[in-house]
Design a protein around this ligand. Structure first.
Ligand code: AMP
Length: 585
């Protein structure tokens, strides 16, 4: 009875979402008012001369558009235990460490109950829409989720990655239960101190509860692929554990061992069944439905830098649908995937107008329009003019600006999105790329997306040899004259020099940006360099970030490594097995 009462009322959630999105402009106005009223006493807002005004016009006139760097001194004071309100009315007691894959070091951002509530709201919203198309029964979820260490800052605040702060919150478990998506692994595994041991145990728990597993998920799709690549290596050991009912000695943490001991009983039939099923697979195709016969879908963020892993994920998934999770960041959530039926690559995110106040910097024509309007060429140096949520235009690209309930006001998130349509009056956004991830030597501009497409094109050549690009990154080498692009590839197996040379040429040709092509033609940019890395190099990159306090749950391979990200660049450069230079131009 109690169980029934806890189940989420999906139609009600959808109804609330529909009502709210029909009136997005007013909801935004009200949300801004609420944020400014709740935090009006914060020093940051006090100093900006709002004098109690909460309307969008006054807000935009008084509050500057900022980056994380601008807010760092304020956040640092909070981290150090400031006694008066700095960015929020109520004191901040928890800090999130963002993955920091772009800058090479984690960033601190405030976390509070309001942010937790918006997290749950977005989870509930997308679940409601998803469940309409792909209903799950009251079963279990194989969730590859890991918590990073939660530490105390100098000022006594809790600090952990945003996902850790969410997983540790008591509301999270309740919400997962209400969404019938409870993790099949015990807490000791999720919060285990070593992610490799946790990963092994997640797999083991999944196999023990194989009949009950309704979905396989992780925060970012990368972790699911990583988990099943690991299963390829350890499946016989997993079967041995199930057969004997004894956990492998590689799991050393007593808390994890004792939690697992409660689940593990000798089960030779199950071990034989799994052994038979895996042995019957052809090149691991369809591994997930074979192991988990009742799985309804696979769920995790699959757009943006995760798109690279989709090919491998589809291979493991066979005919099980892949559904991308929502769009957000440590700084706050933005939109929910309310169309789970569309192909993963076309996923859009409908903005929830009550979880923050959103503005958008138009990326095209913004400067030209302003020059035209003002007839003043000096305007080129002006700040771009953001538009509000309901003013965005279909087909245009924008950078997202967030004002949150956790002390960020007109904060540039650094993400580029494209408006694909509207759901009622709220826009549906497609994630395009990180704005500052740009390969550029001189007049050329290639984004993360361009890089991904080039890699996809060139990877087709090694696919013919039954090999794949496990992961990739890039760098602009300005030490050579002229500078040139360097692409790092980790490949699954042996590929001939001849084919790799062709891949290198293909990469060079695939950057079709006019600035790049013309510079290459006149040798203002040097030949593209493909560096093939030893197997396991990207694991070392992941380990490096984990050492900095990042969590596997939030890990994103840096797609472009700048010269200041010295340690990662060093790892990549120290692990080069082969180098090729393009002869395409
Ligand atoms: P973090 O810094 O770990 O909080 O990661 C947040 C960043 O991950 C966002 O700013 C995006 O760049 C990326 N991200 C989050 N959700 C998505 C999504 N659904 N699709 C693509 N990229 C995403």
């Amino acid at each position: 009875m109690l169980e029934k009462m806890e189940i989420l009322h999906v139609e009600k959630v959808i109804e609330e979402f529909e009502t709210m999105t029909k009136d997005a402009e007013n909801v935004q106005r009200e949300t801004l008012k609420k944020i400014l009223e709740e935090n009006g006493s914060a020093e940051y807002l006090q100093n900006l001369g709002l004098n109690g005004r909460t309307d969008p016009q006054s807000f935009k006139a008084c509050v500057p558009v900022v980056t994380h760097q601008d807010l760092e001194p304020y956040i640092q004071r909070i981290v150090d235990g400031a006694s008066s309100p700095v960015l929020t009315g109520k004191p901040i007691t928890t800090i999130s460490l963002s993955s920091g894959t772009t800058q090479g070091r984690p960033k601190f951002v405030p976390f509070n109950d309001e942010l937790m509530e918006t997290t749950l709201q977005i989870f509930r919203t997308s679940y409601a829409f998803r469940n309409r198309e792909f209903p799950v029964k009251n079963g279990k979820a194989l969730q590859f989720i890991y918590s990073s260490k939660q530490s105390r800052t100098k000022g006594g605040l809790f600090a952990g990655t945003a996902t850790t702060n969410v997983f540790r919150n008591s509301q999270f478990k309740k919400a997962m239960k209400a969404m019938q998506s409870q993790c099949c692994s015990p807490d000791e595994v999720i919060f285990g101190p070593d992610f490799r041991q946790s990963l092994y145990c997640h797999l083991l728990c999944g196999l023990i509860f194989r009949e009950e597993i309704q979905l396989v998920s992780s925060t970012f799709a990368h972790s699911i692929v990583h988990a099943f690549r690991t299963l390829e290596q350890v499946w016989e050991e997993l079967c041995d554990d199930i057969r004997e009912g004894i956990l492998t000695s590689r799991i050393t943490f007593p808390s994890v061992r004792s939690a697992m001991a409660k689940l593990l009983k000798p089960n030779p039939e199950l071990a034989d069944l799994i052994h038979r099923k895996i042995s019957g697979l052809s090149n691991w195709y369809g591994l997930i439905p074979e192991l988990f016969p009742n799985v309804k879908y696979i769920y995790g963020i699959m757009t943006g830098s995760m798109e690279h892993y989709l090919k491998k994920l589809r291979h493991y998934a066979g005919d099980v649908p892949l559904i991308s999770a929502d769009y957000g960041s440590s700084e706050g959530w933005i939109g929910a995937n309310i169309n789970p039926n569309v192909p993963t690559e076309s996923t859009t995110y409908a903005v929830l107008p009550n979880i923050g106040y959103f503005e958008f910097i138009p990326l095209k024509e913004n400067v030209e329009e302003q020059v035209h309007d003002r007839g003043d060429a000096n305007i080129l140096s002006m700040e771009p003019k953001p538009v509000s949520l309901t003013e965005v235009k279909i087909g245009e690209e924008y950078e997202v600006i967030v004002t949150s309930f956790a002390g960020l006001y007109r904060y540039r998130l650094g993400d580029v999105v494209k408006v694909m349509g509207f759901h009622n009056s709220t826009p549906e956004l497609k994630f395009i790329c990180r704005r500052n991830l740009m390969l550029t030597v001189n007049i050329d501009k290639n984004t993360e997306k361009d890089l991904q497409q080039a890699v996809e094109e060139a990877a087709k050549l090694i696919a013919e040899e039954k090999q794949e690009v496990i992961d990739f990154s890039s760098h602009v080498d300005m030490w050579t004259d002229p500078g040139h692009y360097v692409i790092f590839w980790e490949i699954s197996g042996e590929v001939s020099d001849e084919v790799l040379k062709e891949c290198c040429n293909c990469l060079d040709r695939s950057f079709v940006d006019a600035g790049y092509v013309s510079s290459r033609k006149v040798s203002a940019i040097g030949p593209l360099e493909l560096r093939v890395l030893w197997r396991g190099t990207f694991q070392k990159v992941l380990d490096h970030y984990l050492g900095l306090g990042a969590a596997v749950s939030q890990f994103k391979t840096p797609r472009c490594v700048g010269p200041t990200n010295y340690n990662v660049l060093q790892i990549l450069c120290d692990n080069v097995a082969k180098t090729y230079f393009s002869t395409a131009f």
